[in-house]
Write a new protein. Sequence first.
Length: 321
Amino acid sequence: MRLFKSTLKKIKGDASFRFFYRKKNNKKNSIIVYATKEKVKNLLIYDAINSLLIENKILAPKLYKENYKQNSIEIEDFGDETIFKLLKKNGSNKINLYKKSIDLLSNIQKIKQNKIKNFKGKNYNIPVYDDNKLLKEAKLFSDWYTKKYISKKKLKTLNIEINKQIKFLISNLKLKNDTFVHRDFHVSNLMRHKKQFATIDTQDALIGNRAYDLASLIDDVRFKSNKKLKERIYNYYLKLNNKKINKAILLNDFEILSVLRNMKIIGIFVRLAVRDKKKTYLKLIPYAWKLIEFRMQNSEIFGGLKRLLDINFPKKIRTLK
């Protein structure tokens, strides 16, 4: 990246293998995304998904220039106004910010297209978020987190039991995998740009269950919200989509996916700390546990998993960072 040194300012990144630089220009700023690891996903697929969203009138970063051989792309700069920052500032305006986020989600979920040409001119087909992918992700809990607190003697048996419960929950999902899923639809990946709401960090998009992104937004580990606010956001989504969905089925899938997603997140945060030496995210684990507890109390379907977790991970463990 020496080539950019004089004109670029490094900006805060995320949990991925990408680096971001703001390129200052008299006419307009832009963002350089630089990646050598997982380069296809972080550059080629990222832009392909953004292009598909833009084609469907969703605000996502436009590609200005690609330099794939040198591991970078140059994209539109949306500034620094994430919805996360706005929520922190605007205490009384939270519900309006969330409603606009739900408006954006509902528009994204209207997309029927699942294929787009990337900047190399090849078709990219968005994969399906099938049961195997959900299982692999939720198992990150048993792959990375359980061994921190469970003895080697008990670990294998416990992981088998936890994974059985994960499979059971996945088998009880009822909605079709027929909806565009951003997969990280939370307030740090949503931005306000020129009075419109935009989305970034789209490279992991799949075609899956419509409840997934809703769970990502409402039960977001990065931003704490109370029960009343969660209910208001959820009910607003229902109001916008009441002709398309069965309420009982949506709630069933929403609660299952929220629990599985937050189990996955706990596993990812431990992996980031152990494998990648990124320990910042460990502080979010206690709230991820709170979200799991909150959703598991609502339905008997979680009975088996709840018993396993309660016996093996008491409250004193759940509050550790």
